[in-house]
Design a protein around this ligand. Sequence first.
Ligand SMILES: *Cc1c(COP(=O)(O)O)cnc(C)c1O
Length: 437
Amino acid sequence: MPAKNALSILHSEKLFAEAVKLMPGGVSSPVRAFKAVGGTPLFIKEAEGCTLTDADGNTYIDYVASYGPAIVGHANERVVAALSKAIGRGSSYGAPTEGEIDLAEQIISALPSVEMVRFVNSGTEATMSAIRLARGATKRDFIIKCIGGYHGHADQLLVQAGSGALTHGTPSSPGVPESITSTTLSVQYNDLDAAKKAFEVNASNVAAFIVEPVAGNMGLVEPKEGYLQGLRDLCTQHGAMLICDEVMTGFRVAWGGAQVRYNFKPDITCLGKVIGGGLPVGAYAARRELMEQISPSGPIYQAGTLSGNPLAMAAGIATLEILKEEGAYDTLERQAAALADGLQAAADKADIPIALNRVGSMLCPFFVKEKGQKVTNYAEATNCDTQRFAKFFHAMLERGVYLPPSQYEAWFVGLAHDDEAIKATIKAARESFKSLA
Ligand SMILES: *Cc1c(COP(=O)(O)O)cnc(C)c1O
């Protein structure tokens, strides 16, 4: 692993040395520390469109996109205008606002399974609250999740989790009592038989199956034909709730999300990332009869001082307005496809075996060990050459392309990735793959 970035990053190095004294790992979220790829994390000074600029003034084409939210580009002028207008009116009131109605209306009109929404402040809060709702509504305790599925960092979901928890090899975390995770069962993603068995063994005690419809925290793994509908049927058959965690995929893989793209109907949907337009937001949503069990309509408690925050609502509404325009998702699809094709061709040319998975504007090139290997589940995803990925990551960084600093994070293409940016990325990839060969 390269010990040092080859760029001039003196300011980032200085800031990082300060940061590690003040914050664990110098960061506010683990993957940002570059542990999986080595080197010093870059401190970002500003961002615009599809680029980031670091503290030393180096500019990069960005495929992290804040891990998904920046789908319309950084500092998009319409989002900035909406935020500027909103901030002059105060940043939080602890009272209902019209913005919540506007964003709720957009979400409800886009998702056929949804009649009501509750806003929270993060994806973690959304999944945590969705599980409380499922347990409260079914009066059952068990939940089933997928191995390598990441649903935020709530105790009950930190079992065989993906994302940072995957890269850092901590499938579950110290500080999480067994008494809490003893009701969490894990099965392989894309394995309907395993799901069936888990339901059969725990017959009448399963409150919910929670799934990332497209697994986006173990790299990127697409659902097999019939998998999501199969989960839907299993949940119905066993009286359990299907919780679709669309925190990453919501308004990312289609207007609405993966449930629209793959045409299935969950009971409860979790949202976050894109619907906040880069501000801290989450939401959970379901049909009326379920949502009315949430406090104050019903007895299931859930609250938040900053929930429905007017700035977050303004950024979310402006973002969804842009995405709703004719052709937005076609553009995302086209640009991401061009990037994926270019990456594959560049890897083939350099004789580097990769398995390139893509769903809409999310993609991930897995550095598989042999040519022709596919990645369709967690076992295959974790059988990759992560050292090689780390080298590739740094080779790309040197050439002005900022990738997620782990093999197990998805890349995000946004509306600001124009032809020029895609071309430049492919050129950098050609050189980077060559440097690995
Ligand atoms: C990012 C993510 C979360 C957690 O959201 P936070 O806002 O980081 O708490 C939950 N589920 C999925 C699928 C995610 O990608």
